[in-house]
Write a protein that binds this ligand. Sequence first.
Ligand code: HEC
Ligand code: HEC
Length: 277
Amino acid sequence: MRPHFTVGLAALLALFASDVLAADFAWQTIGADTYATVCAACHQQDGQGVPETFPPLAGHAPDIMARQGGREYLIRLVLYGMDGVITVNGKHFEGAMPPWGEALTDDQIAGALDHALTTWGNDKPGFQPIVPAEVAAARVNPMAATEVYALRQRTMPAEAAPTTPETLVSFTAEQAGRGQTAYRRACQDCHGFNLNDGEFGGAPLNGNYFSKHWGNGSAAALFGFLNTRMPPDRPGKLNPQTYADLTAFLLSKNGYQPGAAELPADPDALEHLSMKR
Ligand code: HEC
Ligand code: HEC
């Protein structure tokens, strides 16, 4: 067990000296090495990522850094990983970014981020390198990958609602009923009868938790998440209609009113259906 508390205190003290550290932290070599050996496997050596699979960092990382809280988000993202559908330049990425907190040192994490923030034309005037002490400080309060995703949605609210969907999401009562049957069979063991009282660690699927994670986006985000992640032992193995029905059921349990049209099982159509009330 890592002594988080001790590390954290030392890190906080070190933060007071971070101006000095920024000058002292020669991130160029360690950053380029870490990026090449770890990050490039997915984001590619040229920072362009892989369409549909790994988001680009070229032309994108500085936009994150420029947001309020962006710096903190980037550090936590690399430490704790991230899980959830994201939008970058209008394109969706549904994969998971692995956590690197165990495998990499504070210097490597800060260095890899600084490399990504200054390469491929990403360098911006006034750039303040992320220093190891900031990474150490962020280790004090560990986060789950889904919490990092929620942090991203707070940090980049516009990207959380990718195509500014116009129409409020819609589903029928009958569809929500089918979703309920599927839920009882495939989800209830973990998420509970009341959606917030599961026995095997399933996250709450209602209340504030739900609206924070899903309430700002399109129905495609929730549908996509279910499709790629649930149930955890066989994601994507239910049929698309069942995922749409489950989405309708979760909507019905979160105060959305049924209407005349079914929720479609087509991700492109779901993009246009807003969950924002
Ligand atoms: C195994 C593949 C993989 C590796 C290795 C990897 N990443 Fe990622 N990264 C991803 C995926 C997938 C996402 C999108 C996650 C999502 O959709 O929730 C992502 C997201 C990101 C983002 C956030 C983009 C945004 O818009 O919020 C940054 C920044 C990032 N990675 C940096 C890094 C750095 C730095 C490293 C090396 C320490 C690294 N990644 C290593 C797969 C990877
Ligand atoms: C084996 C236990 C298990 C089963 C079965 C399961 N889940 Fe999950 N679910 C989890 C865990 C654990 C999380 C949180 C970690 C994660 O996001 O992967 C989660 C997260 C979620 C989330 C995201 C909650 C949030 O806002 O972060 C949704 C939505 C969800 N599950 C829906 C479902 C649905 C619908 C089913 C049935 C098809 C299902 N789950 C089946 C364990 C389970």
